[in-house]
Write a protein that binds this ligand. Structure first.
Ligand code: THU
Length: 122
């Protein structure tokens, strides 16, 4: 994991729209061909409708043509929530990096973050 990707996630967090939680999250995802997509959390007055930073970043990548297997690594300014872990699994990220609450930066595979994960039965 390049430190640059986490630095980019931290920088973009300033653009988050999170007036309800006041918790700014940023994410940066790198595609296999080097393209980088950024995301922030976007909240809504109807609270459950908000979207996490990781999902915004992945959605931007999808708009640009990326599909599962095209995204290599993602850096997030916080540990990914359970729902985002399912997205990281679906898009087959190879490495997920974030700082723990104590500041230590850790990297995991989606499988490590979501063992025995669910897939649509064939
Ligand atoms: N949040 C993220 O953006 N990513 C996560 O994985 C954890 C939570 C956001 C959602 C909400 O806008 C705010 O953090 C507080 O829960």
């Amino acid at each position: 994991m390049s430190d640059d990707l986490l630095a980019q996630a931290k920088a973009v967090a300033a653009k988050a729209y999170s007036p309800y939680s006041d918790y700014l999250v940023g994410a940066a995802v790198r595609a296999r061909d080097g393209r980088i997509y950024e995301g922030v959390n976007v909240e809504n007055a109807a609270y459950p409708l908000g979207i996490c930073a990781e999902r915004t970043a992945i959605a931007c990548a999808v708009v640009d043509g990326c599909r599962p297997g095209d995204l290599v690594e993602i850096a997030i300014t916080t540990a990914p929530c359970g729902g985002c872990r399912q997205w990281l699994h679906e898009f087959r990220l190879e490495q997920v990096t974030f700082p723990k609450p104590d500041g230590e930066v850790v990297s995991y595979t989606p499988d490590e973050l979501l063992p025995e994960s669910w897939d649509l039965p064939a």
